[in-house]
Write a protein that binds this ligand. Structure first.
Ligand code: NAD
Length: 488
């Protein structure tokens, strides 16, 4: 096993992966990847510019015809081999995730398990792609549908789950027969590079998976999408960047999948099992240090249980151990960088100025990547923070008096990714699941992510789904064939 040694990476590829060959950027430029816990540099990675793009698109497009005709069973077996290899090297990947992203090792291990599941699931799905046949209603024709890979795909991923966001896209793309060009986030490219190397190691042919790293994603991605051979864009990241990319993709009418920002409500009704609600709230708030699109962003609590819920949640958050992710005692790592931490601190201060009551708040240390958990009670429903994706261990509590008020407040956002609801009433839960405007709902659960389930959002949280059977459809086109009834 290769391990990052002495705070520096050893043996991790740092170039552009172009047709199975690792290359420097044409300019020879690199950018620095830093450890969020210390701010120290851990690696220099190739920094692509638009003039690197033609070679990358060329190899991705050239590999497509043969990969799309590769028997599904063979594609499935490669994905299964990737699952086995990643699982066997799980500790190496977990340490690298912690090094470049900051999350505690236990969470990095969980990410490797979660990320690997997409490889296993789509290994199983690759041989289950089927169309349909039908007699036309008027009896004159037969209808046949074929499911064919959409074409070479650009995959753009965020920093918060450096491995799982990549496997969630690569696995269904490869299962469908698409070749891919992956652009990982500049904060966390190393995990994606190591994973691409793993794929080549287990026999994925050159050109099927290519990787471009850059500190200037805007111009590089624009240049990639300007090449009409790229027929698919799958993006996970902020709503703001997603909106820009939708406009860019529109020029070539490129198929898009968008997994964008969230603003998850976490509703606690007066009849909730508070033990379960506090447990779920802690998970939904603190997974990944709150830096998750499905993190609980607004705790909406019915007044009769608010005092007890807030007190118990505060105790759980106060007990968190902050420190470097590599320390086994740590339960809460640093935020990914100082800018994210400073943004969270500003949001908290604005909320307090608007009337929120700080229940738990340590004065943040200057020039540190860490933020201890914050609990804000009695947050005004129209506070600025109610419309911001926090991406930090900050828990704002909004008090409500009725079920209708809870649902109205939960839906009062342009985001529609996930919602969590705690109640012991089956009717209440089902009414909420029906009324909430979002793509996913956790009922008495604080975690919904699962490779076998359709993950995705409504409203401005995105388009399309990742995971499950439908995740494969994002990489397939339906072709309809018509012929006279009885002619074949
Ligand atoms: P981001 O949008 O800044 O970056 C995401 C990716 O887009 C990175 O690879 C980045 O390099 C690239 N990028 C940035 N600007 C670009 C541009 N102009 N053109 C092309 N590419 C560009 O987001 P982030 O801060 O890295 O990630 C956090 C966001 O991701 C949050 O909003 C979070 O909710 C969202 N997210 C959503 C999901 C989901 O499944 N819905 C999952 C994880 C994260």
């Amino acid at each position: 096993m290769r391990e990052p040694a002495g705070g520096r990476t050893t043996g991790i590829p740092t170039g552009l992966l172009i047709g199975g060959v690792w290359r420097d950027a044409r300019s020879g430029m690199t950018f620095t990847v830093a450890d969020p816990a210390t701010g120290d540099a851990v690696a220099e990675v190739a920094d692509a510019r638009p003039d690197d793009v033609p070679d990358l698109v060329e190899v991705t497009a050239t590999a497509f015809p043969s990969w799309s005709r590769t028997p599904p069973r063979l594609r499935a077996e490669l994905l299964r081999a990737a699952f086995d290899e990643l699982s066997a090297r799980s500790e190496e990947f977990a340490r690298l995730i912690t090094l470049e992203m900051g999350k505690p090792l236990a969470e990095s291990r969980a990410e490797v398990r979660y990320g690997a599941e997409f490889l296993r699931w789509y290994a199983e799905e690759a041989v289950r792609v089927h169309g349909m046949t039908r007699t036309a209603p008027d009896g004159a024709a037969m209808h046949l549908t074929l499911q064919q890979p959409v074409g070479p795909a650009l995959l753009v991923t965020p920093w918060n789950f450096p491995l799982a966001m990549a496997t969630r896209k690569i696995a269904p793309a490869l299962a469908a027969g698409c070749t891919v060009l992956l652009k990982p986030a500049e904060e966390t490219p190393l995990t994606a590079l190591l994973f691409a190397e793993l794929l080549h190691g287990i026999g994925v042919p050159p050109g099927v998976v290519n990787v471009v790293t850059t500190s200037r994603p805007g111009p590089v991605v624009e240049r990639i999408l300007a090449d009409r051979r790229i027929r698919k864009l799958s993006f996970t990241g902020s709503t703001e960047v997603g909106r820009t990319l939708l406009a860019t993709a529109a020029a070539g009418v490129v198929r898009t999948s968008m997994e964008l920002g969230g603003n998850a409500p976490f509703i606690v009704y007066a009849d909730a099992d508070l033990d379960a609600a506090v447990e779920g709230a802690t998970t939904a708030k603190l997974r990944n240090g709150g830096q998750s699109c499905v993190a609980a962003n607004r705790f909406i609590v019915e007044r009769p249980v608010a005092a007890e819920f807030v007190a118990r949640l505060t105790e759980r958050l106060r007990a968190q151990v902050t420190g470097p992710g590599s320390d086994p005692a740590t339960t809460l790592g640093p935020l990914v960088n100082r800018a994210q931490r400073d943004r969270a601190v500003r949001l908290v201060h604005t909320a307090i100025a608007e009337g929120a009551e700080p229940v738990l708040m340590d004065e943040p240390e200057p020039d540190s990547g860490f933020l201890r958990p914050v609990v804000l009670n009695h947050v005004p429903h129209d506070a600025h923070i109610a419309h911001a994706e926090l991406f930090a261990p900050v828990a704002p509590i909004y008090l409500v008096d009725t079920e209708q008020e809870a649902l109205r407040l939960a839906n009062a956002t342009e985001a529609g990714l996930v919602a969590f609801v705690y109640s012991t009433g089956a009717d209440t839960l089902l009414r909420a699941a029906t009324a909430l405007e979002c793509g996913m709902v956790g009922l008495n659960r604080g975690l919904v992510s699962d490779a076998a389930a359709p993950f995705g959002g409504t409203k401005q949280s995105g388009l399309g789904r990742e995971g499950g059977e439908v995740g494969l459809q994002e990489y397939l086109e339906t072709k309809y064939v018509s012929f006279p009834a009885g002619s074949l």
